[in-house]
Ligand binder design. Sequence first.
Ligand SMILES: *[C@@H]1O[C@H](CO)[C@@H](O)[C@H](O)[C@H]1NC(C)=O
Ligand SMILES: *[C@@H]1O[C@H](CO)[C@@H](O)[C@H](O)[C@H]1NC(C)=O
Ligand SMILES: *[C@@H]1O[C@H](CO)[C@@H](O)[C@H](O)[C@H]1NC(C)=O
Ligand SMILES: *[C@@H]1O[C@H](CO)[C@@H](O)[C@H](O)[C@H]1NC(C)=O
Ligand SMILES: *[C@@H]1O[C@H](CO)[C@@H](O)[C@H](O)[C@H]1NC(C)=O
Ligand SMILES: *[C@@H]1O[C@H](CO)[C@@H](O)[C@H](O)[C@H]1NC(C)=O
Ligand SMILES: *[C@@H]1O[C@H](CO)[C@@H](O)[C@H](O)[C@H]1NC(C)=O
Ligand SMILES: CC(=O)N[C@H]1CO[C@H](CO)[C@@H](O)[C@@H]1O
Ligand SMILES: CC(=O)N[C@H]1CO[C@H](CO)[C@@H](O)[C@@H]1O
Ligand SMILES: [Ca+2]
Length: 794
Amino acid sequence: MTHIGAGLCLTMICSDVCELQNTTGPCLNPPTPTPPVPDCPEWDKMQNETFLLCNCTLARCIEDNIIEIIPYECPPLEEIECANGKKPVLVFDEDYCCQHYVCDCFCEGWGDPHYITFDGHFYSFQGNCTYVLMEEKTPKHNLNIYIDNVNCDPGEDVSCPRSIVVAYGTLVVTLKNHNVIGAPKMEVIVDGTPARLPLVHGGVKVLSSGLTMILEIPSLEVVVTFGVTGFSISLPFKHFGKNTQGQCGTCNNNPADDCMLPSGQLVESCALMGDHWPIPDIHRPECIPPSGPKPPVPEATYEPCTPDSLCDLLNSRLFADCHPLIPPDNFYKGCVFDSCHMSNPTVECTSLQSYSAACAQAGICIYWRNYTTKCAADCSGDKVYKPCGPAEPPTCQDNPEDSSTIVVTEGCFCPDGMKLFSKETDICVEKCGCLDPEGVPREFDEEFQYKCQDCVCDRVSGLVRCRPSVCPPPTVTSCSVPGFILVNESNPVNPCCSSLVCRCDSSTCPEKDHSCGAGFTPVVSVPPEKCCPEHTCEPKKVCLHKQVEYQPHATVVMAGCQNCTCTTEEDPSTGLYQIKCLPILCNQDCDPGYKYMELSMYDCCGKCVQTHCIIDINGTMHLLQHGDTWSPAENKCEVYSCVRIKDTFVSTISSIQCPPFHEANCQPGTIQTAADGCCKVCVEKARACKVESMHRHIFYQGCQSAEKVEMTYCEGACNTFSRYSKEMFSKEIFSRDSSCTCCQELRTSNRTISLQCLNGDVLPYTYLHVEDCHCKVSDCFPVAAGLPLPLPPE
Ligand SMILES: *[C@@H]1O[C@H](CO)[C@@H](O)[C@H](O)[C@H]1NC(C)=O
Ligand SMILES: *[C@@H]1O[C@H](CO)[C@@H](O)[C@H](O)[C@H]1NC(C)=O
Ligand SMILES: *[C@@H]1O[C@H](CO)[C@@H](O)[C@H](O)[C@H]1NC(C)=O
Ligand SMILES: *[C@@H]1O[C@H](CO)[C@@H](O)[C@H](O)[C@H]1NC(C)=O
Ligand SMILES: *[C@@H]1O[C@H](CO)[C@@H](O)[C@H](O)[C@H]1NC(C)=O
Ligand SMILES: *[C@@H]1O[C@H](CO)[C@@H](O)[C@H](O)[C@H]1NC(C)=O
Ligand SMILES: *[C@@H]1O[C@H](CO)[C@@H](O)[C@H](O)[C@H]1NC(C)=O
Ligand SMILES: CC(=O)N[C@H]1CO[C@H](CO)[C@@H](O)[C@@H]1O
Ligand SMILES: CC(=O)N[C@H]1CO[C@H](CO)[C@@H](O)[C@@H]1O
Ligand SMILES: [Ca+2]
């Protein structure tokens, strides 16, 4: 330090990079009244005093500004082991000349919550306040980190981290999870205002991997993460070593001094210590440090419980690669605790998640979520889950000169071979380009249509340039096929343009007769590629003859004495059913008395025509020709005769009335049948006494015979006279006396007939019938027979 007047001093120092730098400033230490005179005033060093020259070179003042250069020897590198299980890192000492190993500070907390201090001390702590996780003992970088815990399980006295508050300089960034249980609902609040991610502000960078928020202070190599229910704080020893206090303890690779109260007092239990680091909160007046020394809380007051098998995964082969680097014991303890004390099973996932994150930091990536059912990760959109990915994933907008974080985190990432279109969008693309107005990524030089504009992604500007689409002139101007008409339609290939196309409108088809001839039915259809219906005539299932349809099995009328029927066999040439014909067989058998005759040239068959009269006597036929007569042999008195009147034959029957015949009057041996075979004739005896007969009605007592009655009497000459039978005159049959005769009855018989009376009565009447007569000598009476008798009243 050199006085350069006006109270200003010039100080020459060797900078970090070993360059001489001059600074001016007020002279803080006024020169002492009696300064010892240095032996090497040029260097302001006394004799034998060694000092660091530039470039890690030592010098010693000999005398009179003569200095001796001493080679700088670094102490041998001492291997150390980090109490927090991390790999030791090499750092330069203050002079940037020698390196030595230190352990970076890594504090984390998860679950309900479990802490691992910077130096790897595990403890569980329940508290509902905001607590100091880490603050600088001696403020150097103005970084303080707080945790806000809330009760997260209504059924249990446990709490979960809800937010991590990072105060850096004048900036306060809150990483908050609104949904302590279940799917995360993350928010970043910067100085009281919600912020959009990714965020770069005041030397702080905040990113989100989808599952975890990552806060980075690149200049200090600070990384703070806050995930579903866990947090982690990574501080480089070189900036923060030995200078931290709070719930994360003092980062000095000595776990023994981690449970330290703000007063500097060490306590046995870190859980006890935790209560002493609250931040005063007007909304939570209970959040004050405990006044008296709290009695140590006896641990493990919980009932024994069987932890979920999920916790065993931590010790399993799945994490084997990580076990040598980070012991899983603390995470297993936390998992067991959560499994036994949290009713929400997903809290157990935080132990695995925290262990996996620690492994990822150590370079070991483990896909563990798909080995569980409770802890499955859901990624939205195109993104896929990866246990380790860059906290700041590559995007199309990355400037190659920008340094990006090397923090790895689990989360949702673009699939391999793709990257984010930009930090702000969640769109993964294979090739970089532009985003069109609808947010669809387009490659450079890609041409596309948007709202009837032809657009292209411009490589130079990275913007989409559009101009209105130009429509091609219509290619069709007229339609030739009948039924088609020109229609103005939007182009299916390019909906922005309309085009004229031929479309079928059957109402414009010409009128057409679709009828078919007899036997055929029209089948109307529109052939493919055509518009107007056309028809074909399909044969019906009928026979056709002279344009007349016949149903199958029907008789078809045809000339030529053919018996024709409609079959069900198809005619291969027409498709109609065939007509089959057989010659008609005429039945020439006629009944007796009839004769088969072909009468007309138009009829195929003749007819049976009557030729005889047919006389049926008790079933026996007898035929008679016109004009013939015939009598049956057993009754010659009946004569049948046949007359033809026009075409009909009429038979008549007549009976022969024989004259009265009395065998007694015949000369014996002369009786014979007449030539007609009917009546008997004989040579009568000579005129003598013989039986005669007459036919008369009989009247008696007002009654009358129905028919004439044959009455016989004796008549003829005896030697002297004839006489009528006395008997006949004894009764009043005749109205007149008979004459006297002697021809008398020889034999008689009584015959009885019935007389009809006017009152309806029937009166039997017996009379004498003379059978034979002979001449008898006796008194004779006058004969009255043969005289007309009075007729009965009509
Ligand atoms: C520093 O100050 C000294 C003395 O005034 C001067 O000689 C030297 O050039 C200065 N160096 C620089 C880098 O300014
Ligand atoms: C410092 O060391 C480097 C190489 O070790 C050398 O090139 C340089 O000249 C040195 N500077 C001084 C001031 O000795
Ligand atoms: C946390 O808050 C709940 C209720 O909100 C209370 O029951 C519990 O005792 C509190 N825990 C602590 C450690 O203060
Ligand atoms: C989990 O996912 C990884 C990576 O996709 C795969 O290699 C592994 O086989 C999966 N395991 C199960 C159990 O699905
Ligand atoms: C088809 O219709 C569109 C809009 O309806 C019109 O702009 C275009 O001129 C029409 N094209 C023809 C050939 O009529
Ligand atoms: C015609 O033929 C059918 C069958 O062959 C027969 O049943 C029918 O009686 C015949 N008709 C005539 C008039 O011959
Ligand atoms: C016909 O039959 C009846 C009774 O069988 C008989 O009385 C009659 O004499 C018969 N006639 C002829 C002509 O045979
Ligand atoms: C002032 C002082 O201590 N000087 C000593 C420096 O070192 C030499 C050699 O070792 C001594 O002789 C001086 O007395
Ligand atoms: C032959 C015969 O029977 N004759 C009788 C007819 O009737 C009379 C009167 O009743 C009788 O006296 C006859 O004997
Ligand atoms: Ca410590």
